[in-house]
Design a protein around this ligand. Sequence first.
Ligand SMILES: Nc1nc2c(ncn2[C@@H]2O[C@H](COP(=O)(O)OP(=O)(O)O)[C@@H](O)[C@H]2O)c(=O)[nH]1
Ligand SMILES: [Mg+2]
Length: 314
Amino acid sequence: MEIVEKVLNGDKRAVARLISMIENGDQQAVKALSALHAHTGNAHIIGVTGPPGVGKSTLVDKLAKSYRELNKKIGIIAVDPSSPFTGGAILGDRVRMNDLNTDPGVFIRSMGTRGHLGGLARSTADVIKVLDAYGMDKIIVETVGAGQSEVEIASYAHTTLLVEMPGLGDDIQTIKAGIMEIGDIFVINKADRAGIDRTEAEIRTMLSLHPEEKPWLPPVMRTVAINGDGIQELRDEIEKHLDYLQSSGQMKLIGEERAREDFIHILKANVTKYIIERSMDQKKFDELLSKILSKQIDPYSAARELTDDFENSL
Ligand SMILES: Nc1nc2c(ncn2[C@@H]2O[C@H](COP(=O)(O)OP(=O)(O)O)[C@@H](O)[C@H]2O)c(=O)[nH]1
Ligand SMILES: [Mg+2]
């Protein structure tokens, strides 16, 4: 496929086009993803999550620039389900990241709510594959730490940064309840603000509430993203986590687990699509639906009938 060749040859526009195809549920995208599979599995995926306004985008921007100093190629995916924009960039991020966007070693994409037939998390997983095959060394995925799909997206990362800022007591509660466990590195951004010691103490208390022996103890870092303070230290810590994942064999395990989940997900989607489309073609779906409505059959038995048909057809 032409688009596959182009992506593998470093054509940025082809990458952007393929991502749009993924978002639009274009069948050709599946073919391209199939062909790209052999070229994936090399990128280090870094999740950056936390409440809105803590400075995630600013931090990602600075982190990307810091990695550019090491000549690493960087993919950035900003997932913002509250944003209706897709295919372009969330305005604030676009302005902030403009100088990065013109760098050939950087690819930035924002993903909003529009499109995504198989769900936002699914699209994000596919976009990560594209950027991986495109040769990005680091893929940074920014998500707002809120809903289920964000937690799911965060689970694609090898290294997850949970970002906080001083004076966010209630949000820390939210993080504690939901995603505390997924944090590999805690970042208190806006360290130029008052209340930083208290925030750090709160995070450390929460971490100590998980007393089980962990081979990796999540560090708590302080940054001032607007002026770059602490960014290099954060980058070093991220690299330390990558070393840990590799030397402990965790990286390999994560890869196996992701491949398994991915395979099951695709299989489920295919089977579902097959059964539904086939039954719709044969009018059986409509027949059963009207029987369900007139109480001649219940939906459980009706679904069973269709899956039995499927089984018999194998
Ligand atoms: N004082 C201060 N402001 C910051 C810092 N980092 C980001 N900001 C500001 O916080 C606001 C939200 O930042 P943004 O990166 O969009 O946050 P996001 O919603 O988490 O992505 C912007 O006005 C930033 O300029 C920081 O370290 N200190
Ligand atoms: Mg942001």
